[in-house]
Design a protein around this ligand. Structure first.
Ligand code: SF4
Ligand code: FE
Length: 461
């Protein structure tokens, strides 16, 4: 936990606990459990109303603002809500006991305020082939042995956000499946330290800056995200932790619901991070003495407009949510997919404008070591540090160190380690753009829209 490359991501998760203890955030950060009546962290809550769904998005924006990073705990929350409603419907059809299993597990999670990773994305191998058709069966998590007391599973999950910071994992299928994929239609909970489960940590751009002395060059030195490859090497899962085991037609249900919730999530978390990026760009302009220039003001307006549009989508899909058969609330799927589709674009435009405002200095500035160097280079005995401070001084009253900090922060957000969370995760997290377009096509009701046009145009058939 003290490794400098991992510590910032732990600080992020810690924030989900710290803010829940702060009375001013109590309403957003905590909720009353529908299962026990206990006061719980909202990250472990089953949403009971559209108001709960709205509070979820607001909580995520708050966390984004406080960390400027992915704080990792939402994947578990989204998995809880997707698996809760899905297991209810599986039991209804097959008389299985998955819902009871899940409820028992969730009470344990809520009462112990645990962080749980929602693990969905399999490596997938050859994308043109179904799970059972892969040359290597481990390309999708699958059951390799069925015992009276449980199952043994093999496979892996990629890009697992917050995996190493999670007490438990919930594994879910990654695509809709057919009968031949029965052994791959499996969902279960597993403690992170289970025998046979291990993780290989993902690299991020400029990550070794975290190993250097000083912290300015890191940008956001305190907070960060993490991803890992999670491997299941013959892991035994007792019956009580199984939530799906062969009922293949529900694989797609779990995927759709989890993805829907996580697409809503991005209308909160990325907006909070966007708030910090906009603030940093405004500071960069102020330090350069150009904050009154109309072109700069207009760029900040554009960034704000884009960011609030994302938030509007997050709030809208929450307000339009409704109850599932199991009783917890689900977002409006169409609006959640529109939300995430916008997230695949707008943060890119926001960082483009931030780079525009910041200027090239955010990538050409000398290192913190140079700014502090006492090596003499000038004819009059000036040190490297003094030369740097002389030439990178901006408007009066602003220290070059503050300017350095804001430039490095923007570099970090736009193309450093933090860009993993703000850019690429915006593109591919919660499903790549095409996945949302498929859902938009399904939910868009073009037939209904054709009817509307016919009515107005006076077309009879
Ligand atoms: Fe939460 Fe956003 Fe990170 Fe997903 S990307 S875990 S929604 S902070
Ligand atoms: Fe994510």
């Amino acid at each position: 936990v003290d490794h400098p490359m991992i510590r910032p991501s732990i600080n992020c998760v810690a924030m989900t606990y710290a803010l829940a203890q702060d009375p001013q955030y109590e309403d957003l950060m905590t909720a009353t459990s529908s299962l026990t009546g206990h006061k719980i962290n909202r990250f472990t809550h089953l949403h009971q109303s559209s108001e709960d769904l709205v509070k979820k998005v607001k909580m995520q924006r708050l966390l984004g603002q406080k960390t400027a990073s992915c704080f990792q705990r939402c994947v578990g929350m989204d998995a809880f809500n997707a698996v809760y409603s899905s297991t209810y419907e599986i039991d209804e059809k097959y008389g299985t006991h998955y819902h009871e299993n899940f409820k028992k597990f969730l009470v344990y999670v809520q009462d112990n305020d645990l962080t749980v990773d929602g693990a969905m994305t399999d490596p997938k191998g050859d994308r043109s082939k179904a799970p059972h058709d892969q040359t290597d069966p481990d390309m999708y998590v699958h059951v390799v042995e069925r015992r009276d007391d449980g199952i043994v599973v093999c496979g892996a999950k990629c890009h697992q956000t917050g995996s190493i910071n999670s007490h438990w994992h919930i594994f879910m299928p990654t695509i809709a499946m057919g009968e031949a994929d029965k052994d791959y239609a499996v969902s279960f909970a597993c403690p992170t330290d289970a025998e046979g489960l291990y993780m290989i940590y993902g690299r991020q751009s400029c990550d070794t800056r975290k190993l250097e002395e000083g912290c300015i060059d890191v940008g956001n030195a305190k907070f960060g995200g993490q991803e890992a490859l999670v491997v299941l090497d013959h892991v035994f899962i007792p019956n009580e932790y199984i939530f799906l085991n062969g009922e293949y037609e529900f694989a797609g249900t779990i995927v759709e619901r989890f993805a829907g919730y996580h697409r809503q999530s991005y209308g909160g978390c990325k907006v909070g991070v966007g708030d910090v990026v906009i603030g940093a760009a405004a500071l960069a302009a102020e330090y350069n003495g150009v904050e009154k220039a109309s072109a700069v003001k207009d760029k900040l307006i554009e960034m704000t407009h884009l960011n609030e549009t994302l938030y509007s989508c997050g709030i809208a899909c929450s307000c339009e949510g409704g109850p599932t058969k199991a009783g917890n609330y689900q977002i409006d799927l169409l609006l959640a997919n529109v939300c995430k589709q916008n997230v695949t674009r707008f943060p890119y435009e926001i960082v483009r404008l931030a780079e525009d405002i910041a200027g090239g200095l955010m990538v050409t500035m000398p290192s913190e070591t140079d700014f502090k160097s006492e090596t003499v280079v000038g004819n009059n005995g000036e040190t490297i540090g003094e030369i740097c401070n002389k030439y990178f001084a901006a408007r009066e009253g602003v220290s070059t160190e503050d300017r350095q900090r804001i430039m490095r922060f923007l570099e970090n957000m736009c193309l450093g380690a933090a860009a993993v969370g703000y850019r690429t995760e915006s593109m591919h997290g919660a499903g790549s753009p095409q996945a949302q377009r498929i859902m938009i096509a399904r939910q868009g009701n073009i037939q209904g829209k054709k009817k509307l046009a016919k009515n107005i145009a006076g077309i009879q058939k």
